[in-house]
Write a protein that binds this ligand. Structure first.
Ligand code: F1P
Length: 341
């Protein structure tokens, strides 16, 4: 396959279209209603879908929408099923709608009397069929094993539903901001991938609602570009893992403006003085070896957009290493675990 015909880059460039789909998706209102009428919500999924779950639970807390929100990997959620109460809302997240652990947890939640809502890209999947209602991740099929546009669409659907619960909505200009972000930074990130591809270690840092995006950044660089990666909360990084910093370490900082912004920038200066290269992805100001500016003020929206530059960096780094970014080794689009179904 040539560069241009890789599904992954095509799908990254379709992220603005996926965001536009979310903005007009009527089903998101159903998710908002389900959230508003529940006391507790459990978001769950595997891999990238679990990272969307983490983002959702954090946003629910930040927006104080009156629902107790939790996020668990699907396999861990099964340990919790005995504690579910009638009236609880289970939100299963799965692009394929077929992942064994997620299906198992979803069926268990139904059996326990919870309402089941799913966020998926496959309306005919067993998960969608078992659910009381579902939201599609939008933007059409995703062929690459590596989730990109579905991750953005799924995260934005959750954000939009939660904002609706709080009486608001996401900004109408989001798709065009995303388009500008890709247009402006793709050449820079393509160029930078030349050295990033050789990274000994990627340290992905986030805070609050960007931490799930930093976890997702680690999945992306590991699966697409085979770069070892770890994820930390910004301020936690000094508490041990800082010992790993040396030349050859690349810190990807996913930062949105909040009251701790200065403290976070101080940490980046510190790791830089210890020899790490810093990629700063932010809607604020700051310094780094590479700085990617996100043109969205709203911190919860900007948080979702911090993952797009990582998608581009992971894609081009995979190409530099001669890897097929659409089919990472040992991985498949759907994980089926024998003995679970
Ligand atoms: C979950 C998942 C994906 C990952 C890979 C393997 O799938 O972990 O996040 O990209 O394709 O499966 P799903 O439940 O969202 O279909």
């Amino acid at each position: 396959m040539t560069h241009q015909s890789h599904h992954m880059i095509k799908e990254i460039r379709e992220e603005p279209q996926a965001a536009a789909y979310v903005l007009k998706d009527e089903h998101v209102k159903e998710l908002a209603e389900a959230l508003s009428s529940s006391d507790r919500v459990f978001f769950f999924g595997c891999g990238s879908s679990y990272n969307m779950a983490l983002y959702g639970a954090r946003v629910a807390e930040v927006l104080e929408v009156g629902v107790e929100a939790y996020a668990l990997p699907s396999s861990e959620f099964t340990y919790f099923l005995g504690k579910l109460r009638r009236g609880d809302l289970a939100v299963a997240i799965s692009r394929s709608g077929e992942t064994s652990e997620t299906l198992k947890a979803a069926m268990g939640a139904l059996k326990a009397g919870a309402k089941l809502f799913s966020i998926t890209n496959e309306p005919a999947s067993p998960l969608a069929r078992a659910s009381h209602a579902y939201v599609l991740m939008g933007g059409g099929r995703e062929e690459s094993v590596v989730m990109t546009k579905t991750f953005v669409a799924g995260s934005l659907s959750i954000l939009r539903a939660l904002k609706m619960c709080a009486g608001g909505d996401v900004g109408r200009e989001l798709p065009s901001r995303l388009w500008e972000l890709i247009e402006t930074h793709e050449p820079l990130l393509k160029d930078f991938s030349r050295e990033f591809a050789e990274a000994r270690l990627a340290v992905n840092l986030g805070h609050s609602y960007t931490h799930p995006m930093a976890l997702e950044a680690s999945i992306k660089v590991m699966e697409a570009a085979l770069i070892p990666a770890i994820t930390y909360h910004m301020m936690e990084f000094r508490h041990g893992p800082k010992a790993l910093v040396e030349p050859g370490v690349y810190v990807l900082a996913l930062l949105v403006e909040d009251p701790h912004y200065e403290l976070h920038r101080d940490l980046l200066e510190e790791v830089s003085s210890l020899g790490a290269k810093v990629v700063l992805i932010t809607n604020g100001e700051g310094l780094g070896d590479v700085v990617v500016k996100i043109g969205v003020k709203d911190p919860l929206e900007a948080a979702v957009l911090t993952i797009t530059p990582v998608h581009l960096l992971a894609y081009y780094s995979a190409l530099r290493k001669g890897l097929d970014p659409d089919r990472p080794r040992h991985l498949s689009k759907v994980v089926k675990v024998r003995g679970l179904n």
